[in-house]
Design a protein around this ligand. Structure first.
Ligand SMILES: N[C@@H](CCC(=O)N[C@@H](CS)C(=O)NCC(=O)O)C(=O)O
Length: 264
């Protein structure tokens, strides 16, 4: 039987995120790229696309013309035709978007338990992402790094000495516990999930931001850094994407390389 047209086509997914940095938008891009799903990165591919990003988070917005609440901050995902009454659906918060897309694109786990483990691990990796941001902005997100450098040095030292090993040690245990199914390559079950792509990106960002610290710790987390990480990096659609110029370089976003914050 021929499936209905809608089931055979993917909706026109539209990522609403700042142009010029990987940022949190990258967690969303990775699930599209890993599954070969077409999407539009609105700010970088549409003329005046940035205005659409600004509009979804406008501080005067209470509800948009399609009935969606405002987004607190990018990333947001807009899906024409999937909202109430066949209008556009707009979702925000990285893990909420990942959970939605994970279900649609087969990256959310195989059953109810796996679905929640995938979400829990992705949230934990995103906590690590947020703590990484706070190493260079420990006092105020809206102030320059140079205005909070003294505190950043203290915050980064604690992050390197206590938080990095705590998080990476946790994920090493998760991978070890799932070795029977995942062979060290997957956090949950025996196939790629959005928890894997999310953790991969955070580890990739940490290697950029704290190269000396990560190199010194390489042998402490053998499954994570020698099996899991290269496996996700070499996965189907991701391998080509990561080597392409569509993968934006790190700059002034969450993952920044300040040599003075790294291991000395
Ligand atoms: N927890 C939110 C955080 C969103 C967030 O902080 N977005 C940043 C860019 S990565 C932003 O534009 N923030 C603006 C603001 O907080 O006003 C998520 O994961 O989506």
């Amino acid at each position: 039987m021929t499936p209905p047209k809608k089931a055979r086509t993917t909706p026109p997914y539209e990522l609403l995120y700042w142009p010029g940095i990987p940022g949190r938008g990258e967690f969303i891009r990775l699930v599209f790229e890993a599954t070969g799903t077409p999407y539009t990165d609105v700010a970088s591919s549409k003329k005046d696309g940035i205005n659409e990003v600004l509009a979804c988070k406008a501080e005067t917005l209470t509800v948009d013309s399609d009935g969606n609440p405002p987004a607190f901050a990018p990333p947001a995902l807009r899906i024409p035709g999937e909202g109430k009454g066949g209008k556009s659906l707009v979702l925000y918060q990285t893990p909420s978007i990942l959970s939605y897309l994970g279900d649609k694109l087969g990256l959310a786990g195989e059953d109810e338990a796996e679905k929640h483990w995938v979400l829990s691990h992705a949230l934990t990796a995103l906590d690590l992402n947020n703590e990484t941001h706070d190493t260079h902005h420990p006092i105020a997100t809206g102030k320059y790094y140079e205005d909070q450098k003294e505190e950043a040095l203290k915050k980064a030292a604690d992050f390197r000495e206590n938080r990095i090993p705590k998080y990476l040690g946790f994920f090493e245990r998760v991978l070890k516990g799932n070795e029977k199914h995942g062979e060290g390559k997957y956090l949950v079950g025996g196939k790629l999930s959005y928890a894997d792509t999310t953790l991969f990106h955070v580890v990739n960002g940490l290697k950029f931001a704290f190269p000396k610290e990560m190199e010194a710790r390489e042998s402490e987390f053998p499954i994570l850094l020698s099996t899991f990480y290269p496996n996700v990096e070499g996965h189907g659609g991701l391998k080509e994407y990561l080597a392409s110029d569509r993968r934006q370089p790190y700059s002034m976003g969450i993952f920044r390389h300040y040599p003075e914050l790294d291991r000395q």
